[in-house]
Design a binder for this molecule. Structure first.
Ligand code: UGB
Length: 618
C-alpha cells in the first residue's frame, strides 16, 4: 500500500479510537470487529494499539467467533508478553523499528559526524608489581560484587546442540563452564571474605540471563549438579523474551509461517540484560546489601576469572563507572574494537565499535586501508571481550533514566539494491556493551587491556569455520579454548618459577595449535598470581607430555619433577620428588566421526587415560 494511503487509514483509525466510538474503530477490520466479544477489555486495548501502529493484517484472516477462539486468546497473550517485556511497550518497538529501518534504507551511518581515534586505558602486565597490587585490591572488593552471566544465546556459530554452559571447559577434568564459573565465584567469595576479615561471610550473587532457547536446560544443569556447590538462593535466573520479527520497511509484524495466530519472534541480543536487571528490582536490593560492582560476562570464556581480580582492582583504583575488558585485537578479527569517538559538535565517548562497523567507519574518516594491523602486528584498537565491570550506584542512576533501554540496530538482508523487500524477516537487536552510549561525558568510562593468553579464549566457532580463520587470527573454537587453558596455566606456573617444557604444535580439526602440558587447577587452589607463588617451590619441573590436575586448596608443589600424569585430590599435600608414568595421551579425532560425542568431535581430540598417579583423601 502506498505510504500516503496507509497514513490516511491510520489517521482515520486513530480518530475513531480516540473518539470512543467502540464500533467504529473495529469496523476498519471487519474480522476483528466480529471477534470483539471473544476478547477481554485489556486485549481490546492491545488490539487498538496494534491497529494504530498499522498492524491490521494480523487480524484479516481471523474466522468467525467460535472458530479458533483459544488461538485468538493465545495470540493476545503473546502480544501482552511482547508489550510488557520491551521498555515503552510494543508500540515503541514498532516506532523504533520504523525509524531504524528508514535509516538503514538510506544507508545512514550510525557514526555520522564522529571521528574514531585510539583511546587510552589501563594495560596490565601479568605478574609485575602493579598487577599484584591490583589483584589484591580486586580480591578485597570482590565480596561487594555481583556477577551477571549472559547465556541466552543459541550459539549458532558453534552449532552445538546443547547449551554452551554445559560444554567442558577442558576435557582433562571434564568440568563444564557453569561449574567453573560457580567455583570461581565461590573461591572469590571465600578469599575476599578472608582478606577483609568479613565475619558475616557475604555471598556473591550470580544472575544468569537465559532465553526460551536456554532456560530449561540451564535449570536442569544447575539442579542436577546441586548448583555446583553454590546455594540455590544465590543463583537468580532472568529470562529474556524474544522480540517481534518485521516483514518490511513499514515494520509490519511478521506472522509465524507455521501458525497464523503467532507473531514470529527472534532474539533481541545480550543488551536485554540491562532492562531485565532494572525491572527485576535486584539492583536496588544489592545496593542496600552493600554491593558496589556488577560484573558481566559471556558463556564460554574459560580464562576470564584469571583476569577478574586485577581488572576489578583497576575499577576500584581508577574509580571507573564502566570498565570494559579488552585484549590486543587482530585486524578484521570478529570482536569489536574499543574506540574513542569524537563528534564534530564536541561530544566524545569511549565505546565498542562492532567488528562489521569498524572497517567502514575507518574508511569513511580518512583511513583508506580501513581495519588493518599497525606496526605492533595488531589493530591499534583494543578488542572488546564483552566482559564489563560497572559501578553499581551510577549504573542505577542511569537505568532510572533509561529503564535499561539500550540503543538498538537493525540488520535486514535486502532482496536487491532497491532495499524495498527483505530476503527473510528481521528484528531489532541490542548489545550489552552499548550501555555507555547514553552516558553523559562526565561518566568515568575506561578499559583494561590484558594479554590474550591470560584473559580471552571463547568457544564460538564450529570446526569448519575455525579452520578458515585467517592465519595468525584466533580460532575461538572448542579446540583453541581448551588449549588456551593449558597454555595459561603453564605460563603462570612458569612465571612462578616452575620449569615448564616448551609446547609442541599439532593440528586438530584443521587448526594448528600449541600443545602445552595439560595443567589444570580448581579456582580454590589459586585465584591470583600471589596465590600461585605461595604454593609453588621453584625446584619443580613438568614435561610437555605431562598432565597435572590440582583439585584442592592446600596442595604445595615442592620439588616435584613430573613426567606423566599426577592428580592431586587431597586437601593438604606436598608434591615432591620424581613422578613418572605413561600418563594421558591426546588422540586425534575426526570431527565428522559420529562414533564420538559432539563435545569431543568439536575439539578434534580425546584424552586416552593410560596411566596416572592419583592422590586421594585418606
Ligand atoms: N547472548 C544472550 O544472552 N542473548 C542474546 O540474545 C544473544 C547472546 P555471541 P556476539 O567476545 O568475541 C560479542 O553471539 O554477540 C549471550 C560482542 O558483541 O557469542 O557475536 C550469549 O549467550 C563482540 O563485540 O557474541 O559478539 C553469549 O554469552 C565481541 O566481544 C554472549 O551473549 C564478541 O562477543 C555473546 O554472544 C566476542
Amino acid at each position: 500500500m502506498a505510504v500516503a494511503a496507509a497514513a490516511a487509514v491510520a489517521e482515520k483509525l486513530s480518530e475513531l479510537i480516540f473518539s470512543g466510538d467502540d464500533d467504529g474503530w473495529a469496523a476498519a477490520v471487519p474480522n476483528l470487529q466480529k471477534n470483539l466479544t471473544v476478547l477481554s477489555p485489556e486485549q481490546i486495548e492491545l488490539a487498538k494499539m496494534l491497529l494504530l501502529e498499522g498492524q491490521k493484517h494480523l487480524f484479516e484472516h481471523w474466522p468467525e467467533p467460535g472458530v479458533d477462539d483459544g488461538k485468538k486468546k493465545d495470540f493476545f497473550e503473546q502480544v501482552a508478553r511482547l508489550n510488557s517485556s520491551y521498555p515503552g511497550g510494543l508500540s515503541s518497538y514498532i516506532q523504533n523499528a520504523k525509524r531504524l529501518l528508514a535509516d538503514s534504507k538510506v544507508g545512514k551511518n550510525p557514526y555520522d559526524g564522529f571521528t574514531p581515534s585510539v583511546p587510552s586505558g589501563q594495560v596490565l602486565t601479568f605478574g609485575d608489581a602493579d598487577f599484584i597490587r591490583l589483584e589484591e585490591a580486586g580480591i578485597k572488593e570482590a565480596r561487594k560484587s555481583a556477577f551477571v552471566l549472559v547465556a541466552g544465546g543459541l550459539g549458532e556459530r558453534l552449532g552445538y546442540k546443547g547449551i554452551k554452559l554445559a560444554l567442558p571447559i577442558e576435557t582433562t577434568t571434564g568440568r563444564c563452564f557453569m561449574q567453573h564459573y560457580v567455583e570461581s565465584i565461590l573461591a572469590l567469595q571465600e578469599s575476599s571474605c578472608r582478606l577483609a576479615q568479613d565475619q558475616h561471610q557475604s555471598e556473591i550473587p550470580l544472575v544468569i540471563m537465559t532465553s526460551d532457547d536456554t532456560h530449561t536446560p540451564t535449570i536442569k544443569l544447575l539442579e542436577s549438579n546441586n548448583y555446583f556447590g553454590m546455594k540455590s538462593t544465590q543463583v537468580i535466573l532472568l529470562k529474556q523474551e524474544k522480540v517481534a520479527c518485521l516483514d518490511d520497511n513499514d515494520a509490519t509484524l511478521a506472522l509465524d509461517p507455521n501458525d497464523k495466530y503467532k507473531i514470529q519472534t527472534k532474539p533481541h541480543g545480550h543488551g536485554d540484560v540491562h532492562a531485565l536487571l532494572y525491572s527485576s528490582g535486584l539492583l536496588n536490593k544489592w545496593k542496600q546489601e552493600g554491593i558496589k560492582w556488577v560484573l558481566f560476562f559471556q558463556d564460554t570464556n574459560g580464562l576470564l576469572f584469571k583476569a577478574i581480580p586485577a581488572s576489578l582492582g583497576v575499577s576500584v583504583t581508577k574509580g571507573y563507572h564502566v570498565n570494559s575488558l579488552a585484549v590486543p585485537r587482530k585486524a578484521k578479527e570478529a570482536i569489536g574494537g574499543i574506540t574513542k569517538l569524537t563528534h564534530t559538535d564536541g561530544r566524545s565517548m569511549v565505546i565498542n565499535v562492532e567488528y562489521n562497523q569498524l572497517d567502514p567507519l575507518l574508511r569513511a574518516t580518512g583511513h583508506a586501508d580501513g581495519d588493518v594491523n599497525c606496526e605492533t602486528g595488531f589493530s591499534p584498537f583494543p578488542g572488546n571481550i564483552n566482559q564489563l565491570i560497572l559501578e553499581l550506584e551510577p549504573y542505577i542512576e542511569e537505568l532510572n533514566k533509561t529503564r535499561g533501554a539500550i540503543s538498538e540496530f537493525v540488520n535486514p538482508k535486502y532482496k536487491d539494491s532497491t532495499k524495498t523487500a527483505f530476503k527473510s524477516s528481521t528484528r531489532l537487536e541490542c548489545m550489552m556493551q552499548d550501555y555507555p552510549k547514553s552516558l553523559s561525558p562526565s561518566a568515568r568510562v575506561g578499559f583494561t587491556v590484558m594479554d590474550t593468553w591470560l584473559g580471552y579464549a571463547p568457544v564460538k566457532n564450529n570446526p569448519e569455520d575455525a579452520a578458515k580463520v585467517p592465519k595468525g587470527n584466533p580460532y575461538h573454537s572448542a579446540t583453541s579454548g581448551e588449549m588456551a587453558i593449558y597454555k595459561a596455566n603453564s605460563i603462570i606456573l612458569k612465571k612462578a618459577g616452575v620449569q615448564i617444557a616448551d609446547p609442541i604444535t599439532d593440528v586438530f580439526n584443521g587448526q594448528e595449535v600449541e600443545v602445552w602440558p595439560r595443567v589444570t587447577w580448581n579456582p580454590k587452589w589459586a585465584l591470583t598470581f600471589s596465590d600461585v607463588k605461595r604454593k609453588v617451590n621453584e625446584a619443580c619441573s613438568v614435561s610437555q607430555r605431562s598432565t597435572l590436575v590440582i583439585n584442592n586448596s592446600n596442595v604445595i608443589l615442592d620439588t616435584l619433577s613430573l613426567d606423566g600424569t599426577l592428580i592431586a585430590n587431597e586437601v593438604e599435600v606436598k608434591l615432591a620428588g620424581a613422578v613418572q608414568n605413561k600418563g594421558w595421551v591426546l588422540q586425534h579425532v575426526d570431527h565428522k566421526d559420529s562414533s564420538n560425542p559432539e563435545e569431543i568431535r568439536i575439539r578434534g581430540f580425546k584424552i586416552q587415560k593410560v596411566e596416572q598417579l592419583e592422590l586421594n583423601h585418606v
